[in-house]
Design a protein around this ligand. Structure first.
Ligand SMILES: Cc1cc2nc3c(=O)[nH]c(=O)nc-3n(C[C@H](O)[C@H](O)[C@H](O)COP(=O)(O)O)c2cc1C
Ligand SMILES: Nc1ncnc2c1ncn2[C@@H]1O[C@H](COP(=O)(O)OP(=O)(O)OP(=O)(O)O)[C@@H](O)[C@H]1O
Length: 143
């Protein structure tokens, strides 16, 4: 039976931290779906620069990703109900609480485990592994 994994995030300006996360999530199963956050749900940091469809299309073009889709604007559990995954891979720094997600999955009758992915450390060549830090660097050097 196919083991389906879901990953999620904003993915505004793609960097090797995203690639690391999606490779790790893909390795948790056979098929990887990625839910791309809607601007209205990105309320804990500055709004994304790129439109949602562009963020979805870039993520969807990555080799590890089977399908990228736009998230639901009102209820983040709707895409999960549609995809019915076996695993939700939370990013290393995602603010979501794994226990709270598991409780909601149970309430909705979705049989799925929640795993926490690891973070990628910057390599020797001073990789910039955060969209916010890439934007800060652009403003510093080109602003
Ligand atoms: C299991 C799960 C499902 C999500 N589904 C959606 C969704 O359907 N729509 C959406 O806009 N955001 C969704 N999100 C929220 C975003 O993916 C995301 O966590 C947040 O808005 C963006 O912040 P981040 O990139 O720092 O994680 C989901 C998050 C989780 C953990
Ligand atoms: N360095 C990293 N290592 C591993 N995973 C990462 C890394 N950076 C981001 N991710 C994961 O990628 C997903 C999407 O992240 P997001 O779009 O918030 O990027 P970000 O670079 O963390 O953004 P920002 O720096 O603007 O907060 C999240 O699940 C996040 O945990």
């Amino acid at each position: 039976m196919t083991k389906t994994v879901i990953a999620q995030g904003t993915f505004d300006i793609i960097h090797p931290g995203h690639v690391h996360y999606l490779e790790e999530a893909a390795a948790m199963g056979d098929e990887l779906y990625v839910i791309v956050a809607r601007k209205t749900n990105v309320d804990h940091k500055k709004a994304p620069i790129c439109p949602a469809t562009q963020r979805r299309d870039v993520v969807g073009a990555l080799e590890t990703v089977d399908e990228a889709r736009l998230g639901n604007e009102e209820d983040i559990f709707v895409p999960i109900e549609e995809i019915d995954p076996d695993v939700i891979a939370l990013g290393h720094d995602q603010h979501h609480n794994a226990d709270a997600i598991e409780t909601e999955l149970e309430r909705r009758g979705i049989d799925c485990v929640v795993e926490r992915a690891s973070g990628r450390e910057p390599g020797d060549d001073e990789e910039i592994l955060s969209t916010r830090l890439i934007i800060d660097r652009i403003l510093e050097r080109r602003g």
